[in-house]
Design a protein around this ligand. Sequence first.
Ligand SMILES: NS(=O)(=O)c1ccc(NC(=S)OCCc2ccsc2)cc1
Ligand SMILES: [Zn+2]
Length: 259
Amino acid sequence: TGNQWGYGKDDGPSAWNKNYPVADGDRQSPIDILPHQARHDPNLGPIVLNYDRCTSINIANNGHSVVVEFEDSDDRSVIQGGPLDNPYRLKQFHFHWGGKGCHGSEHTVEGNSYASELHLVHWNAVKFKTFGEAASAPDGLAVLGIFRSDEHRWLHMITDALYTVKFKGSVTDFKGFNPKCLLPSSLHYWTYLGSLTTPPLHESVTWIVVKEPMIVSEKQLGKFRTLVFTGEEEDERTRMENNFRPPQLLKGRTVRSSN
Ligand SMILES: NS(=O)(=O)c1ccc(NC(=S)OCCc2ccsc2)cc1
Ligand SMILES: [Zn+2]
């Protein structure tokens, strides 16, 4: 069907511009970050995460990644500060990863990629009524990107649940998980204006990429690769890996750095 997209040879990132012309737009993500060319901005305050009353709902395999959804009917879990003018509500988090532990992150730093990248997706509920509306507005979303390089003590709560969402379309309850435990100690970051890194590729994201990677083990990463892109009812079992978009052109954008 028209909107079918993936990470394979025929339906992968190089083919997305056929159905989503914005793929060749002026603020696409991810990008390669060059720390020495980032402009240090003393007005950029710290990122503030209020996740203590967050309510996770479920964990799901959507055929592109594994996603944990949150209750977003009020401001119980928000990100604010940094480049953001107001609080943005946590909607979901998901991951991108590689095969055999080499590449996998979407953003790269001086051409170097990490094994994986965690995205915490938030939307501007002050200006917009729904996520869908915010997702297509220039200041609608804020995504916190966290690199994942090698053992992480809390990640077992996610990796232990992955077997329950092996197939595309599977969803299971996943309550009481606070994603704060997935974050590194320091939240120094780079920030720039970009887009969703998967179709519909809306240019609606203020990206906040944390500099310090979190540690995950090869064993934990291996558990992500037990997921498959395909549904239980389908014949083939296509292992879910390499679900990352390569870096896109900067097209004159400035990347700013917190202290
Ligand atoms: N990888 S990413 O963080 O840029 C990212 C985040 C969200 C999404 N898309 C979501 S949450 O879509 C939900 C359905 C929807 C509604 C309006 S546009 C898409 C895609 C990519
Ligand atoms: Zn993502």
